[in-house]
Design a protein around this ligand. Sequence first.
Ligand code: GLU
Length: 508
Amino acid sequence: MERKVRVRFAPSPTGPLHMGGVRTALFNYLFAKKHGGDFLLRIEDTDQNRFVPGAEEYIIEALKWCGLVPDEGVGVGGNFGPYRQSERKPMYKKYADSLIENGFAYYAFDSAEELDGLRKEFELRKEVFSYDLHTRNNLKNSLTLSPEEVSERLQSGQSYVIRFKMPENRDIVEEDLIRGRVSFNTNQLDDKVLFKSDGMPTYHLANVVDDHLMQITHVIRGEEWLPSMPLHILLYESLGISENRPRFSHLPLILKPEGKGKLSKRDGDKMGFPVFPLLWKDPETSEFSRGYREDGYFPDAFINMLALLGWSPGTEQEFFSMDELIEIFDLSRVVKSGARFDPEKAKWFNRHYLQQKSPAELAGLFMPVLNEKGISPEIHQLEKIVGMIQERCEFVKDLWEQGHFFFQAPKSYDEKTIQKKWKPDTNEKLESIAELFESISDWKAESIKETFSAFMTQKEWGFGVVMVPIRLALVGSSSGPDLFDICELIGKAETIGRIRTACEKING
Ligand code: GLU
């Protein structure tokens, strides 16, 4: 019988979730949904030294914002819990014991200082120390000490670690679902620590045991875990649980905008873009890192952008809803090489999603921004305004930049436009326009335009000669939506008032 697809996102709560982590979660989610499977959230918090308060809550909130809601896991529950590794502590010991009993692992008693000393010694010889088949026989462990001494040390409560005894000269070959055939020779691998005397497993053991117990069918994770894969495969084998072990897929790195090296928080700080989904305040330094949400990105734009970092549909299509992604996502179309992140492309996606929104929806999002400034326009009025400026915006906050003049008179006037367009007779001309406007009773864009045009023809004035100064008076600059629409929306008295104020200020 086909097993139900079960995948997990297994972050460690060591800080805010990097956007690469969100992409890992996304690809897991898409794969699960595509195959009618389960998407789990497991928190891998075995390394208590690296625990950061607030990180777990951040991860849960970020996934929620992105619409990547787990079917099972921390914050949700399920039949395979607990889903926080620190709460599963008692489950791991028997696996570590079984490895020892069967000769796949050994106790090591070398102190941190001793190992440090060795590292330095090796460094002096321009070599790198590694606890492995070349060195293990000269170190303090259950392979070199007598059984009596080992049990004495264990009994006296001396601290120890359990290390995996990497077999000699074996080729571990695996079909990675993204990379194809990958092969490792065990002579290149060291004896990783699996378990510590405080009863806590390390990442490797806990990860493998949990994937087994949680019946995970596919491990989809970042490329940085590829070197761990042979150890994990050997652990399944040594524990006698490899029959249903998961298949592996390793996602490509997300690269810096310039193309080389892994995308880091520093790149974001330097170039002014977020690398985290949500704003994060470091609990230790109180330093803030910006987030896509707080920077004004829509979650669907963020997800769309992430989906194409390392995956492609094989067609020209660039815009995808979550449902469409689920429909066509395929691990075999994930690339092996790194995916370059382009912050401009992220904005471009946001622009697209903003353009897709109705003025009514955008007005709803814009209203709180205005309310905060003490402005409370009528919603229908606001919808009209939004409809006029929407196409110039990438973010909701741009609506203010593009439309502030609908709500308040300009505080200054663009100097360059004044120099170019404000002639000695402009004031006089604008005053006659103000008077003309006073005579208009039907204050609608259409009729203002008609009256204005007739007047211009009669006076034989060029349109630009008057239109640009009027725009300057109403908006403060030479750009913006249709002038007569602006007149209608801000109202007759306000239009005339702004024209006269500009004349006073500019000729003053
Ligand atoms: N805890 C690991 C991490 O933080 C999980 C790696 C894996 O998915 O196996 O990314």
